[in-house]
Write a new protein. Structure first.
Length: 317
């Protein structure tokens, strides 16, 4: 059980009306959370511990906070919303406190950590910094919703400082994977909606420019331009490009990525983790992260179609 994948699963459940399922996923996250509020890379599904020594990965806190707000925001009934907020509060409080403790007083940035590349960190990556920003933005909204103004102010201040630091240190270089510079990776999507309330400065251009450097022979993308040149496309990163496109109004691009994902499913219809250079599916299937991203993209596209239809039907002023 990966906190990263689980957070996206909870968001997809909530966005499709399955709030109870979403809350159960986040309950599990809280049940395995470390005493200091952090998360390991992954946990055994019976909550008995971790399966290996991959260690702490701080992006899990960002994704958990983003998911918690996404779930709460889908609940309209006041009583049910209050109950869900109370249920999520321990996860949100512990995660927020941990993220706040990570930010350096001088740079306003967190320390390096493994991210979705699952490699030992040598430098801070956008794949760590941007999810933590998404988490702080989610925490701020969560606390405002519950009128916990002191905590909301703390999260808002930290989010503002972290956003400015990311725009300065990463954005000034075109949002590369590492704060020290170099090639871009799929974390350019993390600097865009739906993960951020508004796109970070220059992030849309960075997202567009990153595609060509990451394309692989079968038509999907690698985790990053600096990834090994093995010809393999990865469905989570391809689906991230679809969701980013849908969220910023690039609907044709989003639909094109979805078409590719649909074409490269397994014989049973599942989305695999990888697609080989010859177009055949490989590795884990189904992969929850990819499946959740597809669902979130479809919901975003449907919401945009509904909004467009409503605007078209509205009487002229």
């Amino acid at each position: 059980m990966w906190p990263r994948d689980s957070s996206f699963t909870a968001a997809a459940y909530a966005r499709t009306g399955h709030v109870d399922d979403a809350l159960r996923v986040l309950d599990f996250l809280r049940s395995v959370q470390e005493p200091d509020g952090s998360f390991h890379a992954r946990y055994l599904p019976d909550a008995s511990g971790v399966p290996d020594d991959r260690g702490i990965q701080s992006d899990g806190n960002g994704w958990a906070l983003w998911a918690a707000w996404t779930v709460l925001d889908e609940i309209d009934a006041p009583g049910a919303r209050d109950d869900a907020r109370e249920r999520l509060a321990p996860l949100v409080d512990a995660s927020t406190e941990h993220v706040l403790a990570l930010l350096d007083d001088d740079t306003d940035l967190p320390p390096p950590s493994s991210d979705y590349w699952e490699v030992h960190p040598t430098d801070l990556t956008l794949g760590t910094a941007a999810p933590l920003l998404a988490g702080l933005e989610g925490a701020m909204a969560f606390y405002r919703d519950g009128e916990r103004w002191d905590r909301a102010a703390g999260a808002a201040s930290a989010a503002m400082r972290l956003r400015s630091a990311i725009e300065d240190r990463f954005g000034s270089q075109g949002y590369p994977r590492a704060v020290s510079g170099g090639a871009q990776d799929a974390a350019t999507t993390f600097a865009l909606p739906p993960f951020q309330p508004t796109a970070l400065s220059g992030a849309e251009d960075a997202w567009r420019s990153s595609v060509m450097s990451m394309l692989r022979p079968a038509g999907g993308v690698a985790p990053g331009a600096g990834w090994r040149t093995d010809g393999v496309s990865w469905t989570p990163q391809t689906a991230l490009f679809a969701l980013a496109g849908a969220s910023i109004g690039e609907e044709e691009a989003a639909e094109s990525w979805l078409d590719w994902l649909g074409t490269h499913r397994t014989a049973s219809g599942a989305i695999p983790e990888k697609v080989l250079a010859d177009g055949s599916p490989a590795a884990v299937a189904p992969l929850t992260w990819s499946s959740s991203l597809v669902v979130l993209t479809l919901v975003e596209l449907e919401d945009r179609r509904i909004e467009a239809a409503a605007e078209a039907a509205a009487p002229a002023p």
